[in-house]
Design a protein. Structure first.
Lengths: 265, 312
């Protein structure tokens, strides 16, 4: 317990030193001010931002889309905010000192992983909730469906961070982790749309390869396809991307643990 | 048999090889024991394997073969480090932390609560003369201040064995003296101190025993007194040129170094110096001084390394 609180506090101070907090709170503050100062405008003859003059569903759907876009943008920024933390932790001259303490390697790196994720989750939750509260206040409508969206994006960031963490342990480089993530992300987003090119592939082996790759790779984009239905009180589109990406993320974390356990520092 | 504080049994470590490039044998079958309460120095030129040896003992490196133990607990087991502490060379303490926060962080990793660390930190910072710097960020520290903080960090958990890799590196002479005094005090308290240092004079002045490593091989282990126990050497300074007796001296002392007005030679016993003095007097050469030259650990160290490489 003492080791976790020490790592959490150290990570908090490092994140503060890297100005990640300031960027988030500045962005959130600007958006809150913009939402509060937004002038009323009209859609289809209905005056917006007064809640009672337009259909409820339109407000719920609009808020869900706005929050989903916001979550997506903030998660995108979190990748940059968190990628350098593991390589810094593994920096020569620092890791030897940590390893010389009576703590197992597995525990040490797992605590660091947990501390980084926890702090990033707090930043994401805090800033987006603030914006959501401002939007709810302005629209005169508070929809708890937002919590479902928050959980989906927290899960998405957990999955993404598992990859960034694994790449960080393997490469000892924040830049390589970010690049690796974007390569996987673009590749898997393309794979998600593989059916569009099936017509050109016929029953060829390429079709089987694409299908196979789709199933064994994470599905970061598709995980959040469920966010808008959840925020608008509808049923999830599919839970397969969530649990398959969860399994892959567990494997990635286990790979990182095994590499860290065996590596010389 | 008494339990050793530190023990290495046939310890070897190889880096690289195969697709990872050229194979480098950093440690080659090193066996060593350090007794509890001993101040032990590990010497060797750059790349000798000193840091590799310490890093294996502290769990940062895995041995290729052999075993390393702290109080008989294998170093692959993290519990072996319960009684140990380390001040690495070229450490990089998190610059965004203050000295106090850094102590709390590493104390926490060792299983201590923040309040426990804070209770001890004040006194420790005072011991290393950093009491007024505890709340300043490390990025503002000088190299010497970081070494002192590193030493405080190593002492935080009240360890039985302390590994110090170049502890006085970057520290001014006064600071070095203070660190030496702290180490002597720790030794008096019964702590085992394992010192890696390039400063041979430092090792010579405070260590009970010394081991010399070169190219991963243990060349010699023994008390400092034994290591510097070489033939007594004297320099005889004269008023007149000694060239006329040079041939006679070289015939009995082939390794003598003779300049125009001085002779430096190593002797097996004190009687021999009288023979040389008699020879000079017989040739009407006035003696100005007979200066005993004490071979330092550095001289002996150089000689050992050279001898080892010649043998190889």
């Amino acid at each position: 317990m003492h080791s976790f609180s020490a790592i959490l506090r150290d990570t908090l101070l490092e994140v503060r030193d890297r100005k990640v907090f300031y960027v988030y709170w500045a962005l959130a503050g600007l958006l809150v001010i913009a939402i509060l100062l937004l002038p009323n405008f009209k859609i289809d003859g209905h005056e917006m931002l007064q809640g009672d003059t337009i259909p409820q569903e339109m407000i719920v759907e609009g808020t869900a889309r706005f929050m989903s876009a916001l979550f997506g943008f903030f998660v995108f920024l979190l990748v940059f905010g968190s990628a350098g933390l593991i390589p810094a932790f593994l920096q020569k001259g620092r890791i030897e000192l940590s390893l010389s303490k009576p703590i197992s390697r597995y525990r040490l790196i797992l605590l660091k992983f947990s501390a980084v994720y926890l702090l990033m989750a707090i930043i994401l939750t805090g800033t987006v909730t603030l914006i959501w509260l401002a939007a709810s206040f302005r629209l005169g409508h508070v929809d708890t469906g937002y919590i479902g969206g928050l959980l989906i994006y927290l899960a998405q960031f957990l999955f993404i961070y598992s990859l960034v963490f694994c790449l960080g342990v393997l490469s000892n480089s924040g830049a390589a982790s970010i690049m690796g993530y974007f390569i996987v992300r673009i590749g898997t987003d393309l794979l998600a749309g593989r059916k569009a090119i099936y017509a050109f592939l016929g029953d060829s082996v390429w079709r089987k390869i694409l299908d196979g790759l789709y199933h064994i790779l994470p599905k970061y984009g598709e995980v959040t396809d469920n966010s808008i239905p959840l925020m608008t009180g509808k049923e999830m589109i599919s839970s397969y991307p969530i649990y398959s990406t969860f399994v892959i993320s567990v494997v990635l974390v286990l790979v990182a643990l095994a590499v860290f356990h065996r590596r010389d520092y | 048999m008494a339990e050793a504080a530190i023990r290495a049994d046939g310890l070897s470590k190889t880096f690289g090889g195969g697709w990872r490039g050229r194979e480098v044998r950093a440690l080659d079958n090193v066996s060593l024991e350090v007794h509890p309460g001993e101040m032990f120095g590990l010497l060797g030129p750059n790349g000798a394997g000193k840091t590799t040896f310490v890093k294996i003992l502290l769990g940062a490196l895995h041995p290729s073969s052999g075993g390393a133990y702290i109080f008989d607990v294998g170093c692959n087991n993290w519990a072996s480090r319960k009684k140990a502490a380390f001040l690495p060379e070229n450490h990089r303490f998190p610059a965004y932390l203050t000295g106090l926060e850094m102590l709390c962080y590493f104390g926490g990793l060792a299983g201590f609560s923040r309040s426990e660390v804070k209770a001890k930190a004040g006194q420790l910072l005072q011991v290393v003369d950093m009491a007024s710097w505890g709340n300043t960020k490390i990025r503002k520290y000088s190299k010497g201040m970081m070494q002192r903080l590193g030493l405080a960090q190593a002492l935080l958990t009240d360890p039985q064995v302390i590994f110090l890799d170049e502890p006085t590196d970057g520290v001014d002479p006064i600071g070095r003296h203070e660190i030496r005094q702290i180490l002597l005090k720790l030794k008096a308290e019964g702590k085992t101190i394992f010192l890696n240092s390039h400063l041979l004079s430092e090792v010579e002045s405070i260590c009970d025993r010394v081991a010399i490593l070169d190219k991963g091989r243990l060349i010699k282990v023994g008390p400092v007194v034994g290591l510097i126990d070489v033939r007594p050497t004297f320099r005889i300074e004269t008023a007149q040129s000694v060239t006329m007796v040079a041939e006679a001296i070289i015939s009995t002392h082939p390794q003598a170094v003779i300049t125009d007005r001085s002779i430096t030679l190593a002797l097996d016993d004190a009687v021999q110096i009288n023979r040389v003095i008699d020879l000079l007097r017989q040739n009407q050469i006035d003696i100005l001084a007979v200066v005993p030259i004490r071979a330092s650990l550095e001289d002996n160290f150089m000689e050992l390394i050279k001898g080892n490489r010649d043998d190889a």
